[in-house]
Design a protein around this ligand. Structure first.
Ligand SMILES: C[S@@+](CC[C@H](N)C(=O)[O-])C[C@H]1O[C@@H](n2cnc3c(N)ncnc32)[C@H](O)[C@@H]1O
Ligand code: SF4
Ligand code: SF4
Ligand code: SF4
Length: 437
């Protein structure tokens, strides 16, 4: 069992407990998985076991912890002081970093000082200007959380805490892409992640109590707050057009970064556009490990870290199959798609539609992705040419400004360069030995 597949774990020390009650949240209902459990906080014993095992499970020197929930700030700063101490104890010379995803509501001076001192990278959830954000991101009294999030932004700026933003694209903000993008820029976000919202609700009460179902369930309906595929496609292209003419090199949009990587023949950084699912697990507060944050369902539990080491679960048949299924279960439409290299069929959580040629398990967002990839194809070709000829990528803004690169809606015929093919820069070396690095 010495195999060395890297794994990433999103851990939920406060389980699904939260101080907000966002209407679209997929995680709040996970408490139904543990009807007999009175304690929702991760115990010291589980924490220590987790930190030891997670570090041990990594083959490389870099170990990234990702703290999430529920709401991780509910654990209090002292819990994370323990985290840092345990990482020192078990770090074994590895380079350990921490990402921390929060709704921002409880952020105060103490948190900021802690984040700065321990170099935590913060992800802040914000869905755009107040009228969009407060629509779904509410507390139990249905009051919006926008003012508290903005207070957190002010504190982050005051203390120079590095933060990225995570914005859910729903039916409410999807048609206001440029407004959302400009707002995020204005509040100082230079690294933006957008998550398209789609959930399906069961038609009948499910046995496990979870109303939001996995893609295998047929008797389920897309919720009203989900974004439509084309709405999401238009959202992406509207902000792409703004970004590519003004902000390349200044603002990082995860989706665009990933598309550039794919166009240049590299692996995209995010799992949804990767060939396989990787080993991105979710850890519940009691030590239960699941295939993925979006597959926290009984049938996707790998085991508990008190019974089986993470390293072993990471190498288990169940984990390997889950990752590989992303590639193996592609529809024929995906296999024949000109954008497969950049899309890879998208996230399996979203594969519940029937494809145009009649195959089940096709990605709900397909139409939107095709719209996006067609729209950016010509610009991406140009960016790739710039990269391979060692020009600054920002030069794309000059070419766009002079109207020398258009937004394309024609079918893309681009084929990515293989690792073993000659490098397009003309060096005569193999691509993997040259510009790919
Ligand atoms: C589950 S929350 C946990 C961390 C923290 N409470 C927060 O809101 O940032 C993590 C991220 O998932 C997003 N999210 C919640 N429900 C979602 C859903 N149904 N689909 C996609 N993303 C969702 C949230 O907006 C948030 O950015
Ligand atoms: S703040 Fe995060 S965990 Fe809490 S309800 Fe909203 S999305 Fe869910
Ligand atoms: S199921 Fe989706 S979110 Fe989970 S690892 Fe695979 S692509 Fe990523
Ligand atoms: S764009 Fe559609 S057909 Fe093409 S790979 Fe993505 S999901 Fe499949």
């Amino acid at each position: 069992m010495d195999a060395v597949q890297q794994c990433v774990i999103m851990s939920k020390p406060s389980s699904s407990k939260c101080n907000l009650d966002c209407s679209y949240c997929f995680y709040l209902e996970k408490e139904k998985l543990y009807p007999d459990q009175s304690r929702w906080q991760m115990s010291d014993e589980t924490l220590e076991r987790y930190i030891y095992q997670y570090i041990e499970a990594q083959s490389g020197v870099d170990v990234q912890f990702a703290w999430q929930g529920g709401e991780p700030t509910l654990m209090g700063v002292d819990f994370f002081r323990k985290v840092v101490k345990l990482c020192e104890k078990y770090g074994a010379g590895k380079c350990i970093s921490h990402a921390f995803q929060t709704n921002g509501v409880l952020i105060n001076e103490e948190w900021c000082e802690f984040f700065i001192e321990n170099k935590f990278l913060i992800g802040l959830s914000i869905d755009g200007p107040q009228k969009f954000h407060d629509h779904y991101r509410v507390n139990r009294a249905q009051r919006g959380s926008f003012d508290k999030v903005m207070a957190a932004v002010d504190l982050f700026k005051k203390y120079n805490v590095e933060f990225t933003t995570l914005t859910v694209i729903s039916d409410v903000n999807a048609e206001h892409g440029v407004e959302v993008y400009r707002f995020l820029k204005e509040i100082g976000s230079t690294y933006m992640q957008f998550i398209p919202l789609v959930e399906r609700a069961a038609r009948e009460d499910p046995k496990d109590g979870l109303m939001l179902v996995t893609p295998d369930r047929v008797e389920a309906d897309v919720t009203s707050w989900s974004v439509s595929p084309l709405q999401y496609g238009h959202f992406l292209t509207s902000i792409f057009d703004e970004w590519v003419t003004r902000d390349v090199g200044k603002v990082f949009v995860q989706t665009f970064d990933n598309t550039i990587s794919s166009w240049c023949g590299e692996h995209p950084g995010i799992c949804i556009f990767s060939e396989t699912c990787g080993h991105s697990f979710a850890l519940e507060a009691n030590g239960d490990l699941y295939n993925c944050d979006h597959f926290v369902y009984p049938e996707h539990k790998l085991g508990n870290i008190h019974d089986i080491p993470i390293k072993e679960m990471n190498n288990s048949q169940q984990a390997i199959e889950f990752g590989q299924n992303k590639k193996d279960l592609l529809t024929l439409d995906c296999k024949n798609c000109a954008f497969l290299f950049a899309c890879n069929g998208g996230c399996p959580k979203h594969r519940f539609n029937v494809s145009p040629s009649g195959h089940p398990r096709h990605n709900y967002f397909c139409e939107g992705y095709k719209h996006y990839f067609n729209h950016v194809a010509e610009t991406m070709d140009k960016i790739r040419e710039l990269v391979f000829n060692r020009y600054p990528i920002n030069d794309i803004m000059i070419l766009k400004g002079m109207n020398l690169v258009k937004s394309s809606s024609k079918k893309n015929t681009f084929k990515p360069v293989g690792r073993n093919e000659p490098c397009p820069c003309g060096s005569g070396k193999k691509y993997k030995k040259c510009c790919m690095d």
